[in-house]
Design a protein around this ligand. Structure first.
Ligand SMILES: NC(=O)c1ccc[n+]([C@@H]2O[C@H](COP(=O)([O-])OP(=O)(O)OC[C@H]3O[C@@H](n4cnc5c(N)ncnc54)[C@H](O)[C@@H]3O)[C@@H](O)[C@H]2O)c1
Length: 387
């Protein structure tokens, strides 16, 4: 199939590109290096050194004989999106190219506005460009499990049956997010549903759990590394804990650590996305996949990291720091995730095996992590208007 990836230079985007070409798909991608620039803005970098896109594409050609077509462009520019779709004629456009950090969106009003304007603009551009240039194209839109929040009932995959005042209906499950970033994803979801309703576009809306891992089967050479963020703004919980363990820093669990979320390894995330791409929805269908392996509390993840790190001879401590976020620290959490399993998805690695690989990989880049040690501590605070 012909697949275009919006945000191909990112953590998931680059790993997905490598996975798709390895399965014989033709891949093209757009990126404006937004994340590279914004991570630099907060004084940090990827723990894994990452090549320029030109060098990445060249390495893929040399190592696998396959070609990846890269377009440097901004998804908030409508002409770029429309022209790229017209030229490449993808069967599927997967949209990963958004501002994806909750803390970044909470820094101050400028960052909140940038997050929502950037994210909503690129999504609206995509549905309009699809309608104009390729109405039968399958859109895979990357959302987040964080859209659902932590309700005190089971979370279905997108829709649920409700009976209220004696009447029944099937409705979108309510979304209640915990950051301006997560709200941008909720608005995106609304826009995707509406574009499907008015133009019958075929859309898969992926509610992605938190992704962890340094590698996939295809990331087997330093030139092919994907980024791996570790700082308090861009690094997600588990990845950041692994980086802290490697440099002997206590793992910073926010508050009690009972916050529970769905997690998935990078290897399994790209496997799921490939399955969604290879098994498109019916023409004019809008479907939702909850994409994660298992829910874990933040504290239980820290305990897993501590135990795996101990096997490497690392003396790892867990510290409970004041929670900079406004969120429940003890709550019910039970999301359903069956749709991808129906397409053949099977988990490939257990948590501790993956943690073993992450810690081994990061040990090689210990000095890079040490150099950014101060950036790993929580600073962005949800209660402040500017940080
Ligand atoms: N990583 C996770 O744990 C996780 C969890 C849930 C959801 N997601 C979602 O998955 C998607 C990808 O996440 P990621 O972790 O790979 O993030 P990332 O920041 O590493 O990758 C996003 C890529 O999109 C690019 N980009 C951003 N805005 C752009 C624009 N306007 N034009 C062109 N390119 C642009 C960035 O430069 C970057 O290369 C995001 O939409 C994110 O919200 C990620």
């Amino acid at each position: 199939m012909r697949v275009m990836i919006g945000g191909i230079d990112g953590y998931i985007g680059w790993a997905l590109a490598l996975h798709l070409v390895s399965k014989g798909h033709e891949v093209s991608g757009i990126d404006n290096f937004y994340t590279r620039k914004r991570v630099k803005e907060v004084g940090s970098w990827s723990a894994t050194p990452i090549s320029t896109m030109a060098k990445r594409v060249e390495a893929v050609k040399k190592l696998t004989g396959r070609k990846i077509n890269f377009i440097k462009g901004n998804l908030t520019d409508y002409d770029t999106v429309k022209k790229s779709i017209r030229r490449f004629k993808p069967d599927t456009f997967i949209h990963l190219g958004e501002q994806r950090s909750a803390p970044y969106s909470m820094i101050d009003v400028k960052h909140a506005v940038e997050t929502q304007v950037t994210n909503l603009t690129s999504s609206l551009n995509l549905v309009y460009a699809a309608k104009e240039a390729s109405p039968k194209m399958h859109i895979v839109k990357m959302g987040t499990m964080g859209e659902y929040g932590t309700p005190n009932v089971d979370i279905p995959e997108g829709f649920f049956d409700i009976e209220y005042n004696g009447r029944k209906d099937r409705l979108p499950f309510p979304r209640t997010a915990g950051s301006w970033y997560h709200w941008s994803k909720i608005y995106d979801t609304g826009d995707m549903m509406f574009a499907n309703k008015i133009w019958r576009l075929s859309i898969t809306d992926v509610m992605q759990g938190v992704v962890y891992g340094t590698r996939t089967l295809e990331i087997n050479d330093e030139r092919l590394h994907t980024r791996f963020d570790i700082d308090e703004v861009w690094g997600t919980a588990l990845n950041r804990f692994c980086a802290q363990a490697v440099i002997g820093m206590p793992l910073t669990v926010y508050g009690k650590g009972g916050q529970t979320r769905g997690f998935i390894s990078l290897t399994d995330s790209v496997q799921c996305l490939r399955l969604a791409i290879e098994n498109p929805p019916k023409e004019g269908e809008y479907r939702v996949f909850n994409q994660f392996d298992e829910p874990y509390s933040v504290l239980s993840l820290a305990e897993h990291v501590k135990s795996v790190a101990n096997n490497f001879g690392l003396d790892t401590q867990i510290s409970h720091t004041e929670n900079p976020r406004i969120e429940a620290e003890e709550h019910y959490y039970n999301p359903i995730h069956e749709n991808l399993k129906k397409l053949g998805y099977r988990r490939t690695k257990m948590l501790d095996e993956e943690l073993n690989d992450i810690i081994r990989d990061l040990t090689r880049y210990k000095q890079r992590i040490k150099a950014k040690k101060s950036k790993l501590l929580p600073k962005t605070n949800w209660r402040k208007a500017s940080n």
